[in-house]
Design a protein around this ligand. Structure first.
Ligand SMILES: C[S@@+](CC[C@H](N)C(=O)[O-])C[C@H]1O[C@@H](n2cnc3c(N)ncnc32)[C@H](O)[C@@H]1O
Length: 339
């Protein structure tokens, strides 16, 4: 505090760089220190400096983690909601009062996408996944954070999806956000949001149970997609919809970007799953959708990749005769309609 009674800035010199220490190492050590530190007997002035410093750090970290790629971040919800809104406007995908099921929702934030649909006005939703939830408290806290962000600034969560804070609040009024903000899953209304630890191939759900089934980066991991799509057709009401995003790249590319995204098509194998994926191309999935009772209303491929002659020469016979346009899409998003 200076002589006029004003609290001073933290004295940390931001230019002091620890040579050779990554932010990852610093963050891991700081987390460990914070968790193991005993409460000190700092003076009031010192504790004020610490609070300022930690507050600044919390703000920086918050900005760093609220990005679309972070499954726990409010900003991750705008993409899926944007596609759903496009399908609603152009093809009548039901949003208000509809029932949704997210198949293979993931174990880090299984609830995120479905909670976004509840905020948008869905009646009830399910999150179906093989694995147990990794940290339910963390996932539930993130939902409360998403609700807070959406209520303060709907566009930060909903993007171009037109909705007001008042409408969002009305849609989740039966959730106890204060309990959820503490990581307490008891704040969730289980009549409207359920977690089902099951396989998409055998959901155990009644016939014609849901209006809309969604999945993201799941169908490429399924050893028997025909059987799974038959099951999803069974539980979708006739006239209902499906939104599937399928990632048909060799998933080793995510760890080794120097690898070509079709490298796994050069491997001779009869196994249904190779490096975690069934290696089906988008056209293969489209035939299965048709076969299992779905019409394709929208196909939205991602960026098309180059196929160098050297890689093409090494492709297994199953793929070597296919034209470029059947190989150069490694991501595709679909809107389907159940016949
Ligand atoms: C790449 S992750 C995608 C997770 C999530 N959809 C997302 O976008 O973050 C694929 C998920 O599908 C799940 N999965 C794979 N096969 C499944 C099956 N037969 N039934 C249900 N979930 C499955 C995996 O456990 C995994 O969590």
């Amino acid at each position: 505090m200076n002589s006029h009674g004003r609290l001073l800035q933290s004295e940390l010199d931001p230019k002091q760089v620890l040579a050779g220490v990554t932010t990852w190492d610093l963050a891991a050590n700081l987390l460990h220190a914070l968790r193991s530190e005993q409460p000190g007997s700092d003076s009031y002035i010192t504790s004020q400096k610490h609070l300022r410093l930690f507050g600044t750090l919390a703000g920086e970290l918050q900005r760093r983690v609220d990005v679309p790629d972070n499954r726990l971040a409010p900003r991750s919800l705008a993409g899926p909601l944007g596609f759903a809104h496009y399908c609603h406007v152009n093809h009548g995908l039901p949003l208000l009062g509809a029932s949704y099921l997210d198949v293979g929702c993931g174990s880090i934030q299984p609830y995120g996408r479905m909670f976004a649909h509840l905020m948008a006005g869905a009646k009830r939703v399910g999150c179906l996944e093989l694995d147990p939830i990794q940290d339910e408290g963390e996932a539930v806290r993130a939902l409360a954070q998403a609700a807070a962000s959406a209520l303060i600034d709907p566009k930060s969560v909903f993007g171009s999806y037109p909705i007001t804070a008042r409408e969002i609040l009305g849609n989740i009024a039966d959730f106890d956000l204060a309990r959820m903000a503490k990581g307490d899953a008891g704040g969730i209304n289980r009549e409207r949001l359920v977690y089902l630890q099951r396989s998409a191939t055998d959901t155990g759900l009644p016939d014609r149970f849901v209006d809309v089934v969604v999945s993201n980066s799941v169908l490429e991991h399924i050893p028997d997609p025909d059987a799974t799509l038959a099951e999803l057709a069974r539980i979708t009401r006739p006239g209902g919809f499906a939104l599937h995003g399928i990632d048909t790249a060799d998933h080793r590319w995510y760890g080794t970007p120097s690898l070509h995204r079709l490298e796994f098509l050069t491997i001779a194998s009869n196994d249904p799953i190779v490096f975690g994926c069934n290696r089906l191309r988008p056209r293969d999935f489209e035939k299965i959708f048709e076969r299992q009772g779905f019409d394709i209303l929208v196909r939205m491929p991602g960026v098309k990749i180059e196929i160098p002659a050297a890689l093409r020469a090494r492709l297994q016979p199953k793929w070597s005769a296919l034209p470029d346009e059947q190989l150069n899409e490694t991501w595709c998003q679909y809107l389907l309609r159940r016949r």
